[in-house]
Write a protein that binds this ligand. Sequence first.
Ligand SMILES: Nc1ncnc2c1ncn2[C@@H]1O[C@H](COP(=O)(O)OP(=O)(O)OP(=O)(O)O)[C@@H](O)[C@H]1O
Ligand SMILES: [Mg+2]
Length: 507
Amino acid sequence: MPPHATDLKYRALLEISEAFIACRDYDSLLHTLWESLLGLIPFDYLALVRYNKLQHTARLEAFAGDIVAKAPLRQDLPIEGSPVEILLETGRPLYVPDLSREPRFRPDLMENFRAYGIRSGFWVLLERGEKRFGSMSFASQSLDAYGPEDRELMEHIGRHVTIAVENALAFEKITELRKRIEDEKVYLEEEIRSEYRFDELVGNSAALRKVLKQIETAAPTDSTVLIQGETGTGKELVARAIHQLSGRSHATFVKLNCSAIPSGLIESELLGHEKGAFTGAITQRIGRFELANGGTLFLDEIGELPLETQPKLLRVLQDGQFERLGGNRTIESDFRLVAATNRDLRAMVNENAFRRDLYYRVNVFPIVIPPLRERREDIPTLVRYFVQEFATRMRKPIESIPAESMNALVNYSWPGNVRELRNVLERSVILTSGTKLRVPRDAFDETASQNGGVVSMEEAERRHIVGALQATGGVVGGPKGAAALLGMKRSTLQSRMAKLGVTARKN
Ligand SMILES: Nc1ncnc2c1ncn2[C@@H]1O[C@H](COP(=O)(O)OP(=O)(O)OP(=O)(O)O)[C@@H](O)[C@H]1O
Ligand SMILES: [Mg+2]
């Protein structure tokens, strides 16, 4: 061999081992190999095969060649009758100078070689110690393409490739582990629900647990319960839970939404009416008070009850007696009242928009449901719960929620509370096609834009801090941290963050 050829080969080896350092997968490995060996070793086809010891299978991870072939890429195939089997058995490289006369290969492999015009090939086992990673192969359309020196060089290269494959596999494992840590898994609904006797109220924050405790306390009594909370916080769910856990659960739960009915009709809805009681009363009608006899009457949006109707409700609550409109028979009904409102009833009393006496009569056992932004710990659980619900309904195999999406969901202000969160997740599940949930970016701006984009000072501050944390990759302190960026002291920023419920981890 002329000396410059040896030189070239060693330079190539050096180049390869250096280039391999950057390779983190089979494809880039093969690509590097191809580039550095071109002109040095005659080959028409290059391949990397991965061996699975447990399954005793081999899969073609990457291949390249002048032949445009439909090789069965990334399929687990049996190793019987393949070069890998021979490599594993003999523990030595395999050289086949004339493939048409090789009796040990499977017919389908032989057929592939024939189809690609491959006539000779060289295989090296990629192994280190007891570990067998797979094989690297060179093949040529010429007969007996590889002399002893070529084979020696290929064997040598094989050792470098082994290290690179080991690295790639380790990197693959790290990536997988990291994904597993970062992505929130979607657990089965049962796991989420099983903590309580409450079927539908999901969440584990101290704030929600307090609400659940209050439900348990109030339910068995016959006291009137007043549920207060912003829109979408779950007031109706709480009302139903109270009914379910009460001694009246076998009887009906009757609901009347005071804001959904024209004020002139509310009275007849509650009291019922006799035929001909007023224009339009063509038949007799049983009211909600009567329907709820033995059960629970849920007066939703009680703050919208017209002022003139309020004394009538008060009287019924005090006496348990009333007459249908247009009737003169006294009717008795034994119902338990649960009322809900998203208005500040006490303030309404002070403004004479709600009767004080009725307020006291209704506000016997108050339950206040905090808005979602004040109990962000509940968000991940709710997210998994709703994703599970919709994925099951839409038959989608969603397995995980990307960490960035979960962070965005946790940090959003949710002006529409749980209802809004639920809607966003329904939309996300519709948009998802793989196993990873896809949360649309615009999901979080909808309500803000409904208010002309104006948010509260607190919300603006929160978003500003979240933005700074995003810019610094979640770093709070130090010269490149969010505190420096915002011109604040680290401790000041941290206390603001705690107050606003902003977390630092990779916002
Ligand atoms: N803790 C929770 N767990 C599971 N789902 C919840 C929870 N809280 C609310 N939801 C869901 O959010 C949606 C809104 O709840 P609900 O209708 O009870 O709210 P609301 O307070 O009555 O709202 P509004 O004031 O607008 O009437 C419903 O789909 C409900 O099932
Ligand atoms: Mg409601």
